[in-house]
Design a protein around this ligand. Structure first.
Ligand code: ARG
Length: 588
């Protein structure tokens, strides 16, 4: 397999070498900050390090740049470096180098992306809906973003544990079990699975009863205690409710091809008393009006007093935060995770900052472990308000996905009619499903996750712009070239000479070689929209190339070289999309 450092890393190393040769220990440990050039006119990469070294080295930036360049050996990769303005160092890649790289990765399934040298145990905590409550669009975002991050980290070679921190515990179960006893008394005596219908409706009815019936409230409270003390029939009722929810979640996960390990809040129940006990022993625990809490640093109320994080309520019950403290500890001590990623809406930023702080002060979370909250914004309707159905209700995820598929189907049928094409029912079903679901995923992933995102079927299903259908179309277009030319890409052989003679070929070739750079960046920043942008630009650059450079009709050796460029583009699209959880279509 091909193992090369991403280009930018190679250049960075060469810069570091030049820096130390020129200036010795004075520049030790300094990052040369090599970045893609802001304007292709200046080249492909640039470094402005000479400017920032001017002060510490007490020299003119231009003079520093000259000394760096003197020692900078990029021959074979770049043309002779140039210095612009006050001391910017510009690099332009050598076409021969690009050609050689492209021909070397042709048959590499990883397309030249090196796997990580020191794999880490990483946990991605994502999706995490709540039992008996609806899995809403926020959970959909978490599911889509979390899955993509997990895929990217897995591809890099990390050992990833995908955890579904399902909300399967809490006082709402008292109410639900009590209501179950009233409405389905038989449920608790038969071992048969029971279909409660829509659990969200069941929850709503139970809540109604709870709000309007004091006696029922008391029963519900007793149920909580019974459940917590481990009574067999309460346990069974709880199981039943969880099973039912799980079945509903599975439908969504299956549709979206999401795989994760369920380890719900209840898993950590037996560990909660120890969390409190150990906080007490480490001297962090304070009793405040009957509740056990830890006073937080840097979080204050309106009066400027430190805020408490309650870990045990005055009635003895535990909180969402207590469970997360137990979880973080378990994940570090038992799972041996060195990076833990939590994908939830931005509204939980404080919750995680507080949990991380307490875990750190308790000594459970050390500097060897990196914990990150990966927040995302709200999903809004086209009116900028909370996403709702026309009649004003919250949208069920299943309905939303079905609608995406149905609309994709309608678009497809209109297109087939326009083109006078006949296709089988099977084809139409398959294509509509892939396009519809990809569109939903891609629309979410292509936005910077930190901002709110406007959900628009029209936009996400459009064949124009930064959308899944646009990328899928580019891929299918390449497959049609191979069909037209009767060429089997897989049998073209390897190390075929690639020629980058036309500007459009050069631009495409350079872009193809940036994948590993983008993935490295993503591993750090956890922003899948960077990968989307990369793939979108790849499709655009491919389309430009295809308009300007005939493929099947050109003479050898150009013809084969262009076919290789086509194939590499298709493979890059396929790989990149797979990291977003999106499959491709050979025809559409
Ligand atoms: N169940 C929570 C919710 O729906 C999300 C859980 C996120 N993960 C965690 N470890 N707290 O908001």
């Amino acid at each position: 397999p091909c193992t090369m450092n991403s280009l930018i890393e190679q250049l960075r190393n060469k810069f570091t070498h030049a820096l130390t040769t020129a200036f010795g220990s004075a520049v030790e440990g300094i990052d040369p900050i090599v970045v893609p050039a802001s304007n292709p006119q200046f080249g492909d990469y640039q470094s402005n390090i000479a400017l920032s070294l001017s002060k510490p080295l007490r020299q003119q930036p231009r003079a520093i740049a000259e000394q760096i360049v003197q020692h900078l050996d990029v021959s074979g990769i770049c043309q002779t470096p140039t210095i612009a303005g006050p001391g910017f160092i510009n690099l332009r890649l050598e076409p021969a180098y690009l050609e050689a790289q492209l021909s070397a990765i042709q048959t590499d399934p990883r397309l030249g992306v090196e796997s990580i040298k020191t794999p880490q145990r990483i946990i991605v905590d994502f999706s995490s809906p709540n039992i008996a409550k609806e899995m809403h669009v926020g959970h959909l975002r978490s599911t889509i973003i979390g899955d993509s991050l997990a895929r990217i980290l897995e591809f890099q070679g990390h050992d990833v544990l995908r955890l579904n921190h399902v909300g399967d515990w809490g006082t709402q179960f008292g109410m639900l079990i009590a209501y179950l006893r009233v409405t389905y008394p038989s449920a608790l005596t038969t071992s048969n699975a029971l279909d409660l219908g829509d659990l969200v409706t069941f929850y709503r009815k139970a809540k109604q009863r709870f709000d309007g019936d004091e006696e029922f409230q008391e029963t519900a409270r007793k149920e909580v205690v019974k459940l917590q003390s481990g009574a067999e029939d309460s346990r069974q009722a709880w199981q039943l409710l969880c099973e039912q929810s799980r079945r509903e979640f599975e439908v969504i996960y299956d549709l979206l091809d999401i795989h994760l390990t369920e380890r719900g809040e209840s898993f950590y129940n037996p560990l909660l008393p120890d969390v409190v006990k150990d906080l007490e022993e480490s001297g962090l625990l304070v009793e405040d009006t009957g509740a056990q809490c830890v006073f937080l640093e840097g979080f204050t109320n309106k009066e400027g007093q430190p805020l408490p994080l309650i870990v045990q309520k005055s009635d003895g019950g535990y909180n969402y935060a207590t469970t997360d403290l137990a979880a973080i500890r378990y994940r570090i001590e038992q799972d041996r995770a060195v990076r833990i990623i939590y994908v939830t809406d931005a509204g939980q930023a404080n919750h995680f900052a507080q949990v991380f702080q307490v875990a750190r002060r308790a000594g459970w979370l050390t500097n060897e472990v990196q914990v990150v909250h990966v927040p995302f914004g709200l999903v809004q309707g086209e009116d900028g308000k909370k996403l709702k159905t026309r009649s004003g209700e919250t949208i069920r995820l299943r309905d939303l996905l079905d609608e995406a598929i149905a609309r994709a189907r309608a678009d497809l049928e209109a297109r087939l009619k326009d083109e006078g094409r006949e296709e089988t029912e099977e084809f139409k079903t398959h294509v509509a499903q892939i396009i519809g679901l990809s569109a939903v995923k891609y629309a979410d992933l292509s936005q910077n996750r930190n901002s709110n995102y406007i959900f628009s079927f029209n936009k996400m299903l459009s064949l124009q712009g930064n959308t899944a259908p646009y990328l899928l179309y580019a891929y299918a277009r390449i497959q049609s070239i191979s069909r037209k030319g009767n060429i089997n890409f897989d049998e073209m052989g390897n190390n075929i000479k690639v020629l980058l003679q036309e500007e459009a070929e050069l631009v495409l070739g350079k872009h193809l070689l940036q994948l590993s750079e983008v993935l490295r960046e993503l591993e750090r920043d956890l922003l899948p929209n960077r990968l989307c942008q990369y793939l979108y630009e790849l499709s655009q650059k491919f389309n430009q190339f295809f308009e300007q450079c005939p493929v099947l009709w050109s003479e050898e050796p150009v013809r084969t070289s262009r076919l290789v460029l086509c194939n590499l583009t298709a493979k890059t699209l396929k790989l990149g999309l797979s990291l977003l959880g999106i499959g491709v279509l050979e025809r559409m």
